[in-house]
Design a protein around this ligand. Structure first.
Ligand SMILES: Nc1nc2c(c(=O)[nH]1)N[C@H]1C(S)=C(S)[C@@H](COP(=O)(O)O)O[C@H]1N2
Ligand SMILES: [Mo]
Length: 322
């Protein structure tokens, strides 16, 4: 009898629990048993940096108008959205950020705008974001690790901000940078990624009406673990494009470097459009597990936003530009 030995790449959908994916991602990060011991891990997750209880305090309420395009799918509960996070600056487990980000001070907060635009300079976040123009938008959120959620974000179209900043015609890309401050972001004391976290979009992607600068969730200011005070949300792309706690925006002529692409260029591309037909080298992207649901569901092209965004990529080979 032929016994088939399973390789990583043969993992069936059912094998790919979030925990295994997390381990697989960590393994590639090359921080195996030698550098991350159980003790160090639990230290990050619940020990040395942690306070005894997660942040429960309700954030300040935000006035919003409801956007007409929201999905009518059931939003994931607030508890899951704010306790199951990816935010490596506050630890690499899903559970760590809510503990390690507790007390993270996000006021005052400035965003530097630089590069090929007319209105460069340093802005207070609340000068950049007009609190009277906030929209509530319920979007699907699909992580490259194959879990997904439905999130009622609060924010302003990125396009509105870009227009106000008046990029020059030579600007073809927009780049974003997360705060780099290991004293406030304890996960930055270890080189799990190259810090600061950086992300970017092509300018026409940034101008698409779905791209959102987000300052809240469930009608209140973002908790720190979700990227306070300001983060990006690009619902047709994998979650890692949604860079958190932004301190810098730069307009450029050339494609900017992006954190996960720097770490593993063969696994994470610049575009990172949700695409069930293009597998990650180590797992399929055909299905996803919606947090709170038992059965897997099919992943939709562009995360279900094809009508809105497919034209951005009409001449591109999406196997090559993954
Ligand atoms: N600065 C920064 N931004 C980040 C990350 C991160 O580790 N650091 N993780 C990304 C990933 S992989 C995902 S899936 C989303 C998770 O956002 P959420 O915790 O609000 O669901 O944030 C993205 N933005
Ligand atoms: Mo992710």
């Amino acid at each position: 009898m032929l016994i088939k030995v399973k390789k990583q790449s043969d993992l069936s959908e059912n094998d790919v629990t979030p925990e295994r994916l997390f381990k697989a991602r960590r393994k590639f990060l090359n921080i195996g048993a030698a550098s991350i011991t159980g003790a160090a891990l639990s230290g990050i997750a619940g020990g040395i940096f942690a306070s005894p209880t997660p942040t429960k305090a309700a954030g300040a309420q935000l006035g919003t108008t409801k956007w007409a395009g929201s999905t009518d799918e059931t939003p994931t509960d607030f508890e899951s959205i704010t306790t199951y996070n990816n935010f490596y600056e506050f630890g690499t487990s899903k559970e760590a950020p809510r503990f390690n980000a507790e007390g993270f001070v996000t006021s005052p907060w400035t965003v530097e705008v630089s590069g090929l635009a007319k209105n460069t300079g340093t802005f207070d976040v609340w000068d950049l974001i007009d609190k009277n123009k906030l929209e509530e938008r319920i979007y699907r959120h699909r992580c490259v690790e194959t879990w997904s959620m439905v999130v009622p974000w609060v924010g302003i179209p990125l396009a509105d901000i870009v227009k106000r900043l008046e990029p020059q015609t030579s600007a073809k890309y927009i780049a974003f940078k997360t705060l780099h401050d290991p004293e406030r972001m304890p996960g930055q004391e270890r080189a799990v990624l190259q810090w600061p976290y950086v992300e970017g979009l092509r300018l026409d992607e940034a101008m698409n009406p779905l791209a959102l600068l987000v300052v809240g969730v469930y009608g209140q200011e973002l908790p720190p673990q979700n990227g306070a005070p300001i983060r990006l949300v690009v619902p047709w792309k994998y979650g890692f494009k949604g860079i958190k706690s932004i301190v810098k925006i730069e307009f450029s002529e050339n494609e900017p470097p992006t954190s996960w692409n720097i770490s593993a260029p063969g696994e994470y591309g610049f575009y990172a459009n949700v695409n069930p037909n293009v597998s990650h080298p180590r797992w399929s992207q055909a299905k996803e597990r919606r947090i709170g649901e038992f059965l897997k569901r099919k992943t939709l092209m562009f995360n279900g936003y094809s009508d809105e965004v497919a034209s951005l990529y009409s001449n591109m080979d999406l196997e090559k530009y993954f």
